[in-house]
Design a binder for this molecule. Structure first.
Ligand SMILES: [Zn+2]
Ligand SMILES: [Zn+2]
Length: 70
């Protein structure tokens, strides 16, 4: 697989969109694994702080509602 931005061999795949990127073009971005409601009804997120990010896509900061699935 080759990098989305250049034609070098990719080192990894963006956690958010699945594009392949080389080390030079890869970025890091917190990735929310799951959100749950903790004590006192405060929502908490389980986050991977340095997930691989391609720098091109635009991950939403929170899960978005998808009513059209139902
Ligand atoms: Zn690249
Ligand atoms: Zn991406």
């Amino acid at each position: 697989m080759e990098c989305w931005k250049c034609d070098k061999p990719a080192k990894g795949v963006c956690r958010f969109c699945g594009r392949a990127v080389c080390q030079e073009h890869a970025s890091k971005m917190p990735f929310i694994l799951t959100i749950y409601v903790g004590e006192n009804q405060i929502p908490k997120a389980v986050v991977v702080s340095d997930a691989l990010y391609c720098g091109s896509c635009k991950p939403q900061p929170e899960p978005i509602e998808m009513p059209e699935i139902y």
